[in-house]
Write a protein that binds this ligand. Structure first.
Ligand SMILES: Nc1ncnc2c1ncn2[C@@H]1O[C@H](COP(=O)(O)OP(=O)(O)OP(=O)(O)O)[C@@H](O)[C@H]1O
Length: 294
């Protein structure tokens, strides 16, 4: 398996925060969504991969290059788009495009023109006059048209109105259809992640609480509604992530659904009324509240 990046035993310490024990690989050609609440460490992890920050422990390898030693080589094939990417507000988008084209030989002018039309951006307007959504689209255009082998996107849809968000998601899913490209993008928005990602990594308080194939997440979690009296210790069953009582109704969320689960509940004195699949958002919130492992 070729990997786009590999993080092994990675840690980064700030005075008030630590990212630690990060072991994560992205197979080449896959799209990974990085999900976490504010301050979970998503940007920190992306900055370690992009070479903007150095790990305090562990190994970071990007496109076969060890960081920080080989960051020049790694950066050549990597695109990073984030809020703090430096765009010159007194310059136009055309100026930025010319600058990047001069640096990166793989710049795809036809694709850049296509994105200009699709994002409806005025190429001769100074970026200081762009709205937030237009600046996000400009940043994406500048990253995508380089055709990087690895694309790192920090919150690409945050703060966009629904139309701009749909445009950005469509442009991303076009890019993502190209099997040679690998993408890691962070988001608070689990719907975006559910729509675009093959694999999903949950980050919470600087730790990875889960990382798995999207379908496996969606297949293994269920909300089970029951009637009866909950047996003692139900919330300690390893497959049970959450138990909530509402009168004689009991709602159980399981992280390890299998067809025998209702029979086990029946033996324990609970009558299963219904079983529902869970949306990624619900899975994420339940995993965080249950203290980790998803
Ligand atoms: N350069 C830095 N110096 C000190 N602390 C930092 C630095 N960069 C990040 N942090 C701290 O690390 C923590 C994680 O921040 P990070 O930006 O990685 O989270 P995030 O998951 O991207 O959050 P958000 O969704 O709000 O963008 C925060 O508490 C932040 O204050």
């Amino acid at each position: 398996m070729t990997v786009a990046f590999s993080l092994s035993g990675v840690a980064k310490h700030y005075p008030e925060f630590s990212l630690r024990d990060i072991n994560l690989d992205l197979p080449a050609g896959e799209v990974m969504g990085l999900v976490g609440v504010n301050g979970a460490g998503k940007t920190t992890l992306l900055r370690l991969l992009s070479g903007l920050a150095a790990a305090d422990a562990g190994e970071v390898t990007v496109l076969g290059h060890r960081l920080p030693e080989a960051q020049v080589e790694a950066k050549r094939d990597m695109g990073f788009a984030s809020e703090d990417m430096r765009l010159y507000r007194s310059q136009t988008l055309r100026w930025h495009m010319d600058l990047i084209r001069a640096i990166y030989p793989d710049w795809d002018s036809a694709y850049a023109d296509h994105l200009l039309r699709r994002f409806d951006l005025r190429v001769d307007q100074r970026l200081g006059g762009y709205s937030h959504g237009q600046r996000v689209k400009a940043m994406l255009l500048l990253s995508l048209a380089r055709r990087p082998r690895l694309l790192l996107l920090d919150e690409p849809t945050t703060g966009l109105d629904p139309v701009a968000r749909a445009e950005v998601l469509e442009a991303l899913s076009d890019v993502l259809r190209d099997a040679a490209r690998s993408v890691l993008f962070s988001s608070h928005n689990t719907q975006d992640v559910e729509q675009l990602a093959d694999t999903i990594t949950f980050l919470h308080a600087g730790r990875m609480i889960a990382s798995s194939d999207k379908e496996r997440f969606l297949d293994s979690w269920r909300r089970v509604s029951c009637e009866g009296h909950a047996p003692e210790g139900l919330s300690d069953w390893p497959e049970v992530a959450m138990v909530r009582h509402s009168g004689s109704l009991i709602e159980i969320k399981t992280r390890a659904w299998d067809a025998q689960f209702p029979a086990r509940l029946d033996e324990a004195g609970l009558k299963v009324q219904r079983v529902d699949r869970m949306a990624l958002e619900d899975i994420f919130v339940t995993a965080v509240r249950s203290g980790g492992a998803a």
